[in-house]
Every structure is written in C-alpha cells, then in structure tokens.
Design a protein around this ligand. Sequence first.
Ligand SMILES: [Zn+2]
Length: 123
Amino acid sequence: MALTKEELQAFEKQLCDWRDELENAQSESMHAMHETEGTAYPDPTDQASIETDRNFNLRIQDRERRLIRKIEKTILRLREGEFGLCEGCGGDISIKRLQARPVTTLCIECKHEQEQEERTHIS
Ligand SMILES: [Zn+2]
C-alpha cells in the first residue's frame, strides 16, 4: 500500500463530505418535487414542462444515488485497507488518479484494457 495514514484520512474525509453533500442535495430536490406534486396546472404546457423537469430530476437523482452507493463502497474499502488497490491486477492505483477520481477501483492500465474490451464488444 503506497498511501500513508494521513493520505488515507484525507481521502476518507473527502469521500464522507462528498457523500453528505450529495445526500443533502437529494433530500432537497425530493422536497422540491413533493411541493409541485399534486398541484393542478390550468395550462397544459406548464404541466408538460413540469413533467419534463421531473423526469430530468429523477434521472439526475438516480445517477446521484448510484454515485452515493459507490462512495459508500469506497469508504468501506478504505476502512478495510483496500483503498487504492486495483481490483483488476491488485496493484497500486496512483495517488494522482485517486485524487482525480477517488471512487475508481481500477488502475489506469486496467481501465484502458476495460475500455478497449468494451469498444470491441460494441463493434
Ligand atoms: Zn490494475
């Protein structure tokens, strides 16, 4: 493990703050959605645009929920001492890469490999 205790603590704080931020944003937008729910709009165009907003918000929330789960999984990995280890090859993920994308579980080589494989599957 190439990371020091201090670095790990910094990552843990960063991840927890990030998750809290996302969770706060989620409950806020949930609240806003409940407020518009049940309101009758006399103009059908208004109703339609509100539906579009709703769907858009739902998609964002869905993505955020998935991200929150990923962050939580990463925090668990961190506590178990697996943070920064590549799930593909078991090697160290560079700290630069972790700082840019703390929820990553693959080193840059494995990520490239995975992307290449995905491309081959699509074509
Ligand atoms: Zn790897």
